[in-house]
Design a protein around this ligand. Structure first.
Ligand SMILES: *Cc1c(COP(=O)(O)O)cnc(C)c1O
Length: 425
């Protein structure tokens, strides 16, 4: 069946034809591509067309699609059953691995999605501080948690609906936002609201308004203010965890948050996420404590197997240095062309994640990201797609390089991007 027919059929049964909004290509127009399989750095659609994949399931696939070792581990595991709803040894084993990578975590609870991790961390922060308000940054995305669908990035930024219908005003009022990277605004908000804040939650390197880098000293300022006002600092490292370093952005920038949310890479492409921190906070969770949190499939054995395989591989032979060298070469070549042709685009990148912004101004917060030309981005996206490169289908998303991308794949990507950009400009 043709892509357009697959989509037509899906539209009859799934709202907007999809199960997560950005997949519908609303931000770039056209018909979403239906994927059938993935292998290494490539995905293949239902018609058999091959794409070099920079979306990589939005971040989880640091080793690319279907690494042989993982496939084998899962095949062995599935024979033992897929869920028990009881304690298993694997969960402890996985917790140990997470703690090894993240020294700020003394205890960790496993959940099934990043949204769940964040939702639980927020509840825990409110529970232990007895405070109601939450601070987040403009354009920060933390899944579709009610309290955090306020000036959110990702799908929220893509569709220009920072607030969702169905989120009660009374609840939204408890969420305060501050622009990222603005020292003055940060101090001002803590002076005004510091004593009422349960938590400040942020992606230490925001990736859901596109990749935006923290200004030097910004995260340190965040840490010192949260400490001063007794506010729990929650690092949402669902994307950055295991990517920017084994121990995520907190390792890379030497900042210790109170709670950490993990997902994406952690689950190795299966539904698994986690939140953790000091025992004194984590022990407030039920049944020992009084903050409720639960999940039928939490720590699911198949997902836990994928996570253990992934972390063992990450910890056993850390891929980050080689992956980043490869990525830097790729960015360097791309920046060369951008300078040479004077295209009005800008590459924001850190480690193996990047965004090509359609604008020439520095993009360092939500407002500057929103000034970018999404129409040009859509042209770029479709140009690349046609030539067999699959990017995240929105201007306000991160793209990723995996260990499966070869230097040759990346050189080809630069050539394709050049061809597409020359046509646009
Ligand atoms: C993807 C993401 C989430 C939500 O995770 P899901 O598994 O999609 O629920 C939360 N925070 C950040 C930073 C993310 O990128």
């Amino acid at each position: 069946m043709k892509q357009s027919n697959l989509f037509k059929e899906a539209l009859k049964h799934l709202p907007s034809g999809v199960n997560s909004p950005v997949r519908a290509f609303g931000a770039v127009g056209g018909t979403p591509v239906f994927m059938k399989r993935g292998r290494g750095a490539f995905v293949y659609d239902e018609s058999g067309k091959r794409y070099l994949d920079f979306c990589l399931s939005w971040g989880p696939l640091i080793f690319g699609h279907a690494p042989a070792g993982l496939v084998k581990a899962l095949q062995r595991e599935v024979k033992n059953g897929t869920s028990f709803g009881a304690a298993t040894k694997k969960e402890t084993e996985l917790a140990q691995l997470i703690k090894k990578a993240f020294p700020s975590i003394e205890k960790v609870r496993l959940v099934s999605s990043g949204t769940e991790a964040v939702m639980s961390a927020i509840r825990l922060a409110r529970g232990v501080t007895g405070r109601k308000k939450i601070l987040k940054i403009e354009g920060g995305y933390h899944g579709h948690v009610d309290s955090l669908l306020v000036r959110a990035g990702s799908g929220g930024a893509t569709f220009g609906i920072p607030d969702s219908l169905g989120v009660p005003e009374e609840l939204a009022k408890l969420t305060i936002t501050v622009p990222f990277n603005h020292f003055e605004a940060l101090h001002e908000i803590f002076r005004r609201e510091g004593r009422r804040l349960a938590a400040f939650i942020l992606e230490p390197v925001p990736a859901n308004m596109g990749v935006v880098l923290p200004k030097p000293g910004y995260l340190k300022e965040v840490r010192s203010l949260t400490k001063k006002y007794g506010v729990l600092l929650i690092f949402d490292e669902v994307i950055t965890g295991f990517r920017l370093a084994q121990g995520g952005a907190q390792e890379r920038f030497s900042i210790e948050p109170d709670l950490t949310c993990l997902g994406k890479i952690l689950g190795g492409g299966l539904p698994l996420a986690a939140f953790g921190g000091k025992s004194k906070w984590m022990d407030e969770l039920v049944p020992e404590g009084k903050v409720y949190q639960a999940g039928t499939l939490s720590g699911n054995p198949l997902a836990a197997r994928a996570a253990i395989w992934t972390l063992q591989k990450l910890i056993g032979s850390p891929p980050t240095p080689a992956l980043e060298r490869k990525s830097e070469n790729f960015y360097g070549a791309l920046k060369d062309r951008i300078r040479h042709f004077r295209w009005p685009v800008r590459l924001n990148a850190l480690g193996s994640m990047f965004t090509i912004f359609f604008g020439t101004h520095p993009v360092d917060d939500f407002r500057s990201a929103q000034l970018c030309d999404t129409r040009l981005f859509a042209q770029f996206f479709h140009g690349a797609l046609e030539k067999g490169i699959y990017l995240a289908p929105s201007q306000f998303e991160a793209n990723f390089v995996s260990t499966a991308h070869t230097e040759q794949d990346l050189r080809r990507a630069v050539t394709v991007f050049e061809r597409v950009l020359r046509k646009i400009f």
